[in-house]
Design a protein around this ligand. Structure first.
Ligand code: MG
Length: 205
């Protein structure tokens, strides 16, 4: 709560507008948003890619950390989510800095140019996590960072009796990263009002 007060009421408005439009309550928390903001700031990031926009909450947190000549590209498959996200981005005064690309994210990022990104945040459908991560490695610069949300998944990844496609998608990514020479990675556990979860933090070699 304190963070929201410190950051003014723009982020409150973003949350309220997303709720009013019936978006699912699955955005990152305010503390996680601030973490992403600080990560972008610490890196001096100027190009950020977000996979999975929803209402744009974490995208806005990251964009607020960037200088004027920076760019955030965010991919969203759902037209209604993209519409609400654009409203929220406009409310935040960041329309010049954030571009929403509508459509399946893999299609969208295949078409991106060769200018590398400093930071990629993956927080979309979990069954395609490994595909997204593979593309992120192609798109991020050496020394850049790829983060992935929801990789502990309330502990489900450690329960072999759970084999739904989301959990399996997270496991596929975790197994792949273990032997991946192109990144150095760790998992940062998170806890909040919706339970416990975690981020992957991967440094591109
Ligand atoms: Mg998430």
């Amino acid at each position: 709560m304190l963070l929201l007060v410190l950051n003014g009421n723009i982020l409150d408005k973003v949350v309220q507008n997303s709720q009013a439009n019936g978006l699912p309550n699955i955005a990152v928390s305010d503390c996680q948003g601030k973490f992403l903001n600080l990560l972008a700031k610490t890196m001096g990031a100027k190009r950020v890619l977000k996979i999975g926009t929803l209402g744009g909450y974490s995208t806005i947190w990251m964009a607020r950390a960037l200088p004027d000549d920076s760019k955030v590209i965010t991919c969203e498959v759902d037209d209604e989510h993209a519409k609400v996200a654009q409203e929220n981005i406009n409310t935040a005064g960041l329309a010049d800095r954030i571009e929403i690309i509508k459509g399946p994210a893999l299609n969208s990022i295949h078409k991106l140019g060769v200018t590398p990104f400093d930071l990629v945040f993956i927080d979309a459908n979990k069954e395609q996590n490994l595909d997204y991560f593979t593309e992120a490695k192609r798109l991020v610069r050496k020394g850049g960072v790829i983060t992935v949300d929801n990789v502990v998944w309330f502990g489900k990844v450690a329960d072999p009796s759970i084999v739904d496609e989301n959990t399996e998608g997270i496991r596929d990514l975790l197994k792949s990263i273990q032997g991946d020479e192109e990144v150095e990675a760790s998992t940062i556990c998170t806890a909040g009002e919706r339970g416990f979860d975690g981020f992957i933090y991967a440094l591109r070699r």
